[in-house]
Design a protein around this ligand. Structure first.
Ligand SMILES: [Mg+2]
Length: 189
């Protein structure tokens, strides 16, 4: 019997790699976006890139252990294909490689995709999700998921929820809020 595999995509930052300790996520998310009421992400200038490279030192991006433990369980399930789809820009390539190697992380995925050509993150993710025929996709960025959900009614999206975005949106039925990957693994696999 040849059952087709289900393809699952995971975001990277704030799903597996945490934000720097002591800085509220709200502040970091604010810096990542433009604020003109359209979904649009900033590509930082040279100086800010240097600061961002520093802040992406593996020391400041601790692995989110709970989620990685859940990922390990998920990878043991049959008939799943697991992909990493991250919109990290090109200037973070080296830092990203270091993190992946230090945490021995590539082995969990069939393929890993990063936005090293610096597209707008939501357009990049839309492209990859299309190309890979992803069926379930997990991310912490609700603005981005709202964009993707509207384009892909056939895909189940899972939002790792946070308190500050919670009340701002009416979630469509295809965006399912989850506390963490443990919950995703227990209820939706
Ligand atoms: Mg993220």
């Amino acid at each position: 019997m040849n059952k087709a595999s289900i393809r699952i995509g995971f975001d990277f930052d704030k799903v597996f790699a945490d934000y720097p300790p002591l800085i509220p996520s709200k502040v970091i998310n604010y810096l990542y976006k433009k604020h003109n009421h359209k979904l649009s992400y900033r590509i930082p200038g040279r100086f800010e890139q240097k600061i961002r490279v520093l802040s992406h030192h593996t020391f400041f991006r601790p692995p989110i252990k709970r989620n990685i433990e859940a990922l390990k369980k998920i990878t043991k399930e049959k008939d799943l294909e697991i992909f990493l789809i991250s919109s990290r820009f090109q200037f973070l390539k080296e830092r990203t490689e270091k993190w992946l190697n230090k945490n021995n992380f590539k082995k969990y995925f069939k393929e890993l995709y990063f936005n090293f050509e610096n597209q707008q993150p939501h357009l990049f993710k839309d492209d990859i999700i299309n190309k890979l025929k992803i069926k379930k996709y997990i991310d912490d960025d609700l603005h981005l998921l709202m964009y993707l959900a509207q384009k892909h009614p056939e895909i189940d999206f899972y939002w790792i929820e946070n308190n500050f975005d919670k009340d701002k949106f009416d979630l469509p039925s295809t965006i399912i809020p989850i506390k963490d990957l443990e919950e995703f693994c227990n209820k939706y696999i």
